[in-house]
Design a protein around this ligand. Structure first.
Ligand code: PEP
Ligand code: MG
Length: 569
C-alpha cells in the first residue's frame, strides 16, 4: 500500500495497465557481410509493421474524432514509407551498420536538416519524424509499444507521468482511473482527471516500481491509498465504499438547480472550469451558472499544427452556444510551463514556469494571439463571452493587450463581421507582481480572476508539480491569503469584481473563507460545485465575514486550517 496526492476523488478497482517509456539502446557494432540481407529484411519488416499499426490508429482516430483529426496519422504513414529514408538506411546497412543504428542515424540526420530550415511548416514535421522514428526503432528491436490505444476495459493506468495529450486519449469506457509517479493537485493531468470525473492519484513516486501490468489495484482517491492485489476482505469494503459514494453523489445532485448562497441569501456566482466543449455537459449537469475559465490550450494540443481561425471560431462558438447565454470566460493561449506544443518547437528552458509562456510567447508571435482574438470575438456574437489573459505582470502588458484587442475589433468591423462590442476584458491574477499592482491593473480592466494554482507557486516559490515539496504548496498560507484579500479589495474599491478559477475555489473549506472575503465568483471543476453550494448554504454571511477576517490575520497555515475545521464542525 502507498499513497500520493489526490488529483480527482473517487474509488476505482481495476487491472493495472503500466505505461512505461523505455530507453532505446542502439547497437554500436559492425555487421558481417553475411548479415546484410537479413538486416535489410529486419528493417523492412519493422517498417511494414509500423505502417500497419499507424493504419489501425488512423482508422480508430477517424471513427472517434473525425477524418480531419486522423490526417495527422496519414502524415505519419508518409514518414514511415518515405523512399529517401529507406535509401539512406539501406545504404548504411550495406556499409555494415546494423539496421537499428542505420535507422537511428537516418532519423537524426533528417531531424537536424529540418531543424535548420527556415520553413515553419517543415519544422513542424520534426515532431512527426521523431515520433514515427521511435515507433520504427521499437518495432525493429522488438520493444513493445506503450500506448493508451491498447488498454482493456476496467484498466487503471499507471505511469510516470501523463501528458495532456495522453489524458486526452483516455477512453472512459475502458479506463477507470490513473496513478502517476509525478505531479501535484494542479498539474495538468490532475486537472484533466477532474474534468473527466476520473479517480486519480498523482505524485505517488513509486507507482511504476510497485505495480506491474495485470495487478489488481484499488485506487482509493478518497482516503489517498493505493492497494496492490488486496485480499478479499479489503476488496469487499472498497466495493461498499463505492456504493456509499454513489448514494452521496445522488444526494448532491439534488442541489443542481439551487443557487450558491448563504443561509441569509448572500449570493455568489458559481461556475465551472472547462477544457473543451465536451466539458460543458458536466458543467450543466452539476449546476454551473457559467464558465469561469475556458482553458483554450487543449484545442492547441494533441495535434501537429496550429488550429486555424475557423477551427477556433467553431470551437468557441460551440461553447458559447452550449452555455445558452450564460457567461463564458475564454482564456487566451496559456502555453509553456508544463504545457508544450511540439509543433512550435520551442527551445528547452531552465525555468519554464518563469519563462517563455502565455502572453509572453504571444507578444513574440503576434499572429497566434491575433488569430485567437479574431476567433473569440467572432464567437462572442453567439453567446456571452469574456476575454481573459494569463500570466500578466504589469500595466504595460495590459495596455498592449487591450490595444491588440482594439486592432482586431477594428479589422472585424471593417470586414463587417459581427461581434459583441462590449465584450469584457479581464486578467488572471496569478503572479505576485499582479497582486502588488492590482489597484493599478483593475483601472484598465473589467474583472480579475485569481489563479491560485500559479499564484500559490509563485508567492511561495514552490513548484506546483514537484511532489518532493508538495507539503509546502499550501493555499492556506498566510502569504497567499493576504494576496487574495488584497486583490478582492482592490477590485471592489474600483467598483469591479473578482472571481477565482484556481483549484482553491473548489476546496469546500477554502470556499467558506473566500465567501467571507467577498469573492464574487467561484469557478472550479464541475464535480466540486455541489459540495461548495452545500458548504456555503450552512452559514450566514456575517459569520463568514468574521471568520475570514480572523483567518487572514492568523500567523500560520495550520492555524487557518484548524480555525476552518472548528468553524465547520
Ligand atoms: C491557475 O494558475 O490557478 C489557473 C487556473 O491556471 P492553470 O492551472 O491553467 O495554470
Ligand atoms: Mg495558471
Amino acid at each position: 500500500m502507498f499513497s500520493g496526492i489526490i488529483a480527482s476523488s473517487g474509488v476505482a478497482i481495476g487491472k493495472a495497465f503500466v505505461l512505461k517509456e523505455v530507453d532505446i539502446q542502439i547497437s554500436d557494432g559492425v555487421l558481417d557481410q553475411s548479415e546484410v540481407a537479413s538486416e535489410v529484411a529486419r528493417f523492412q519488416g519493422a517498417r511494414d509493421k509500423t505502417v500497419e499499426q499507424l493504419e489501425i490508429i488512423r482508422d480508430k482516430a477517424a471513427a472517434k474524432l473525425g477524418e480531419e483529426e486522423a490526417e495527422v496519422f496519414e502524415g505519419h504513414i508518409l514518414v514511415a514509407t518515405d523512399e529517401e529514408l529507406e535509401e539512406e538506411v539501406l545504404e548504411a546497412i550495406k556499409g555494415l551498420t546494423p539496421a537499428d543504428a542505420a535507422l537511428n542515424a537516418a532519423i537524426k540526420a533528417n531531424v537536424s536538416m529540418l531543424e535548420e530550415l527556415d520553413d515553419p511548416y517543415l519544422r513542424e514535421r520534426v515532431a512527426d519524424i521523431k515520433d514515427v522514428g521511435r515507433r520504427m526503432l521499437k518495432n525493429l528491436l522488438g520493444i513493445p509499444m506503450a500506448s493508451l490505444e491498447d488498454v482493456e476495459e476496467g484498466s487503471i493506468i499507471i505511469a510516470d507521468d501523463l501528458t495532456p495529450s495522453d489524458t486526452s486519449q483516455i477512453d472512459l469506457d475502458k479506463v477507470w482511473g490513473f496513478i502517476t509517479n509525478v505531479g501535484g493537485r494542479t498539474s495538468h493531468s490532475a486537472i484533466m482527471a477532474r474534468s473527466l470525473e476520473l479517480p486519480a492519484i498523482v505524485g505517488a513516486k513509486i507507482a511504476t516500481d510497485r505495480i506491474v501490468s495485470g495487478d489488481q489495484v484499488v485506487l482509493d482517491a478518497v482516503n489517498n491509498k493505493v492497494l496492490v492485489n488486496p485480499d478479499a476482505m479489503a476488496l469487499e469494503s472498497y466495493r461498499k465504499l463505492q456504493k456509499d459514494l454513489d448514494v452521496e453523489r445522488q444526494a448532491l445532485a439534488k442541489l443542481k438547480d439551487l443557487p450558491c448562497e448563504t443561509a441569509d441569501g448572500k449570493r455568489f456566482e458559481i461556475c465551472a472550469n472547462i477544457g473543451t466543449v465536451k466539458d460543458v455537459e458536466g458543467a450543466n449537469r452539476h449546476g454551473a451558472e457559467g464558465v469561469g475559465l475556458y482553458r483554450t490550450e487543449f484545442l492547441f494540443m494533441d495535434r501537429s499544427q496550429m488550429p486555424t481561425e475557423e477551427e477556433q471560431f467553431q470551437a468557441y462558438k460551440a461553447v458559447a452556444e452550449a452555455m445558452k447565454g450564460c457567461p463564458v470566460i475564454v482564456r487566451t493561449l496559456d502555453i509553456g510551463g508544463d504545457k508544450e506544443l511540439p509543433y512550435l518547437d520551442l527551445p528547452q528552458e531552465l525555468n519554464p514556469f518563469l519563462g517563455y509562456r502565455a502572453i509572453r510567447m504571444c507578444f513574440d508571435k503576434p499572429e497566434i494571439l491575433n488569430t485567437q482574438l479574431r476567433a473569440i470575438l467572432r464567437a462572442s456574437h453567439f453567446g456571452k463571452l469574456k476575454i481573459m489573459f494569463p500570466m500578466v505582470i504589469s500595466v504595460e502588458e495590459v495596455r498592449r493587450l487591450k490595444a491588440i484587442v482594439n486592432e482586431v475589433k477594428s479589422a472585424l468591423r471593417s470586414e463587417g463581421q459581427p461581434f459583441d462590442e462590449s465584450v469584457e476584458i479581464g486578467i488572471m491574477v496569478e503572479t505576485p507582481a499582479a497582486v502588488m499592482v492590482a489597484d493599478l491593473l483593475i483601472e484598465e480592466l473589467d474583472f480579475f480572476s485569481i489563479g491560485t494554482n500559479d499564484l500559490t507557486q509563485y508567492v511561495l516559490a514552490v513548484d506546483r508539480g514537484n511532489e518532493m515539496i508538495a507539503e509546502l504548496y499550501d493555499h492556506f498560507s498566510p502569504s497567499v491569503l493576504r494576496a487574495i484579500k488584497r486583490v478582492i479589495d482592490c477590485s471592489h474599491k474600483a467598483g469591479k469584481w473578482t472571481g477565482m478559477c484556481g483549484e482553491m475555489a473548489g476546496d469546500e473549506r477554502a470556499a467558506l473563507l473566500l465567501a467571507g472575503l467577498g469573492l464574487d465568483e467561484f469557478s472550479m471543476s464541475a464535480t466540486s460545485i455541489p459540495r461548495v453550494k452545500k458548504a456555503v448554504k450552512r452559514y450566514g454571511y456575517d459569520a463568514l465575514k468574521v471568520m475570514a477576517e480572523k483567518a487572514v490575520n492568523l500567523p500560520t497555515a495550520a492555524e487557518v486550517k484548524s480555525l476552518l475545521e472548528n468553524f465547520a464542525s
